[in-house]
Design a protein around this ligand. Structure first.
Ligand code: PMP
Length: 386
């Protein structure tokens, strides 16, 4: 049997069309900051990508800052916004409101701001369905809250969060403060949402949005921050002034071109792909019910991206199930890849369940553009045999 790859949420395969675009861009000699013809050619390639990425998010090209991935984009969004606000408001307590299951890159940045810079961190509750409630956000907002960070779709179980409602709550709080009041910015990590959802940050009150190339069949090691114009962010690293002074360092031209190509393809194909993915998920869940009746789906499929299904087996812990599927040639994740190997387990499951149930875990089956119905059926059968 050919190996079956069902770990798109960790990293999706590179689309051949993207690889072709990157191959050409990798031949560009000039430094995009150089003003001669070679430099200008590289700059033009970056500018085209910026326009393509901006279009995917209903944004202006000037809102897009390319980074080395979503880890860096999250650090830039959260630490960058914090530093800008702290500089403008040097006195008084400032608070950050965050979901308990943010990706480590946002979560650990918040923890560091707490430890080193006195940020007070408020953590939102989450229900057993894996969804944050907008009412809880409203209740947790204080006059000192300056950053709210909630991911668009969860990276472990795929649940979609009520981003528009949270955006409205943040806008109401901003309105109460009035002109000249303490700023408040809403950051949403959309890494796991972009492949299947329409993500228009500025239409739903998101000020800072982050995403990554390798979750949309683009290259690894590139991503972007989409920033509402006027939202102040300080750079995390300093240097030669690239990316309008927000992300210094010579641009990874080939990767940025790849990101632009991936964004362009996604914009054209997402609606039809999404329909197919919903049908594939339905077929997978039907096969699971038939082959593995004791398997339980964690999270609410109605409120999740169609491409992530978190499966729990009472008889097998997540790590064990993942390893046995690996031996059978099927690649899935136990919890989230970012938690693998860190003895801490998944913060998402810990926030949703009591200790033992969370520790038991399950497997995340995630798929996308190149997955076939029969691969998902094979996976359901293999889970049924465990
Ligand atoms: N946020 C989420 C929700 C993710 O799933 C990931 C990737 N595991 C990241 C951020 C980090 O992205 P990158 O791999 O581009 O650093």
């Amino acid at each position: 049997m050919q190996p079956i790859y069902l770990d798109y949420a960790a990293s999706a395969p590179l689309d051949r069309r993207v690889a072709d675009a990157m191959g050409n861009a990798a031949q560009l000699t000039g430094n995009p900051s150089s003003i001669h013809a070679f430099g200008r050619a590289a700059r033009e390639a970056i500018d085209l990508s910026r326009t393509r990425v901006a279009r995917l998010f209903g944004a202006e090209a000037g809102s897009v800052t390319f980074t080395s991935g979503a880890t860096e984009a999250n650090a830039l969004a959260v630490a960058g916004a914090w530093h800008a606000i702290r500089r403008a408001c040097p006195q008084g307590a400032l608070r950050i409101l965050v979901s308990p299951f943010e990706h480590a890159s946002a979560w650990e940045t918040v923890q560091r701001l707490s430890k080193d810079e006195g940020a007070i961190v408020d953590v939102l509750p989450v229900g057993r369905d894996g969804v944050i409630r907008a009412e809880d956000v409203v209740a947790a907002l204080t006059p000192e809250t300056v950053i709210v960070s909630v991911m668009w779709a969860n990276n472990v179980i795929g649940t979609l969060q009520p981003i528009a409602e949270i955006g409205r709550a943040v806008a109401v709080e901003r309105g109460k403060r009035g002109v000249g009041g303490l700023p408040i910015v809403f950051h949403a990590d959309a890494v796991q949402a972009v492949a299947t959802q329409e993500v228009l940050p500025f239409a739903v009150g998101v000020d800072l949005l982050t995403f990554s190339g390798h979750k949309i069949c683009g290259p690894k090691g590139v991503g972007a921050l989409i920033r509402r114009v006027g939202v102040a962010v300080e750079p995390v690293i300093v240097g030669g002034g690239q990316e309008a002074g927000l992300r210094h360092g010579t641009e990874n031209v080939a990767a940025i071109v790849g990101l632009g190509a991936a964004a362009e393809i996604l914009a054209a194909e997402r609606v039809s792909e999404r329909q197919r993915f919903s049908e594939m998920r339905a077929a997978f869940m039907k096969a699971l019910r038939a082959c593995a009746p004791r398997a339980e789906i964690v999270g609410d499929p109605e409120r999740s991206v169609p491409t992530t299904v978190f499966v729990r087996l009472p008889s097998r812990g997540g790590d064990h199930l993942m390893l046995t599927l690996d031996v059978a040639g099927i690649a899935v994740s136990a919890g989230s890849a970012c938690d693998a190997g860190s003895r801490r387990g998944s913060r998402t499951l810990a926030a949703m369940f009591d200790g033992q149930r969370a520790m038991h875990g399950g497997v995340r089956v995630s798929f996308g553009r190149f997955t076939t119905f029969s691969e998902l059926e094979e996976c359901a059968k293999a889970i049924g045999k465990r």
